[in-house]
Design a protein around this ligand. Structure first.
Ligand code: NAD
Length: 351
């Protein structure tokens, strides 16, 4: 196995691992550990080149620094990627080798699930390093993050409602949600419980119809759903749904959903601001899962009560983001970046 460091400005440590025996070709990037050890998922994708993989791991690890800083998880930002075809390269030996690569960071990088990586893979990683989170509850881990992500989204929706119409009362309010999966469904139920009327759509329309019957949600086709009049539009399916075409067609007061990378480009946050639509930045509102994992790596270990109390702070985090946005007359996305940087700078100054 050969591990080589790659020098990248602005990153604490980036390294490549090649292991001929198992076919492992992977990269780990630690962006910043000012606020704590870096944590971020392990992703397996058939990148066409190492440059493409490097671009992805750098972008994602920096994103984790910002996400954790705003969420106050006590963690820094890191990420890992394995280059290869998920259908072909997976083997216990490959993940054990990956574990040795993670171990070589001496705890500066802690890994977790991400695209094409499941608990069984992480269990193999765990044979050669202890720096793994998100294993089963029986192993003292924090378990499935989705319910916590949903809970955080609900808290974030409350803060967003206060910003958009001055109250977190959802009675008489309408939410259009795209994607009612592991996070979307529990989030929808919490909004409904708080008084909101739910209008849902999903690429799997039959499944949405079934949920509609079970829970009393109105169901609409996925096509054109973003144009439907509502108070909150909650994208909970996929990324890049908000772009030059869709933003002018939105008919909502606020956007607050769990999906990652909701905006096609950062400038779309400015477009939402210009339209007077309150945007809950995706990585701030969907941080419940990482907050829950953060409890797992805290010195006292995982504790559900502590996790819930911390997840509920997504409300405060969004309030802080909206305060900065108003203070500096900037988009909420720029504001969350500024808030993250202010928190990292403050920690550096007292270190
Ligand atoms: P999921 O796969 O359980 O649910 C996604 C739902 O969206 C499914 O019902 C699916 O049929 C539907 N869907 C997929 N593509 C669609 C499309 N193009 N149009 C309409 N519907 C579509 O996933 P999830 O875990 O609920 O995650 C949803 C989003 O939240 C993702 O963007 C994910 O990255 C993000 N997220 C999830 C977590 C978590 O804890 N699970 C944490 C942070 C962010």
């Amino acid at each position: 196995m050969e591990i080589t460091e790659i020098q990248v400005d602005g990153y604490e440590k980036v390294a490549r691992c090649r292991d001929d025996e198992t076919g492992l070709h992977a990269l780990i990037a630690v962006h910043d550990t000012t606020l704590g050890p870096s944590l971020g998922g392990m992703r397996l994708l058939p990148y066409v080149s190492e440059d493409e993989a490097l671009f992805d791991v750098l972008r994602l690890s920096k994103g984790m620094t910002y996400k954790s800083a705003v969420a106050e998880t006590g963690l820094g930002g890191g990420k890992s990627v394995i280059i290869g075809d998920p259908a072909k390269i997976k083997s216990p030996a490959l993940f054990e080798a990956m574990g040795r690569f993670v171990e070589s960071f001496g705890g500066k990088y802690i890994t977790a699930e991400d695209m094409n990586i499941g608990i069984a893979d992480l269990e193999n990683v765990n044979k050669t390093t202890k720096y793994v989170t998100g294993l089963s509850r029986e192993k003292g881990s924090s378990g499935n993050p989705s319910p916590y992500t949903a809970r955080g989204c609900f808290q974030g929706a409350r803060a967003t409602a206060e910003e958009a119409w001055g109250s977190d009362d959802f009675n008489g309010r309408t939410v259009v949600m795209q994607g009612v999966g592991a996070v979307g469904l529990p989030f929808a139920l919490m909004l409904q419980e708080a008084g909101a009327k739910l209008i849902i759509c999903d690429i799997n329309h039959e499944y949405a119809v079934k949920l509609g019957k079970e829970h009393g949600f109105e169901v609409i086709p996925d096509a054109g759903h973003h144009q439907v009049e509502c108070d909150i539009y909650a994208p909970c399916a996929r990324g890049a749904g908000l772009n030059d075409e869709t933003i002018p067609e939105l008919n909502c007061k606020a956007v607050a959903g769990c999906a990652n990378n909701v905006l096609l480009e950062e400038r779309h946050a400015d477009m939402l601001k210009e339209r007077g639509i309150v945007y809950a930045p995706d990585y701030v509102i969907n941080a419940g899962g990482i907050i829950n994992v953060g409890v797992e790596v805290s010195p006292d270990g995982y504790n559900e009560e502590v996790a819930i109390e911390r997840v509920d702070r997504v409300y405060n985090n969004l309030k802080a983001v909206y305060d900065v946005a108003r203070r500096d007359d900037i988009s909420t996305l720029t504001a969350s970046g500024r808030l993250a940087e202010e928190r990292i700078e403050a920690a550096r100054a007292t270190a």
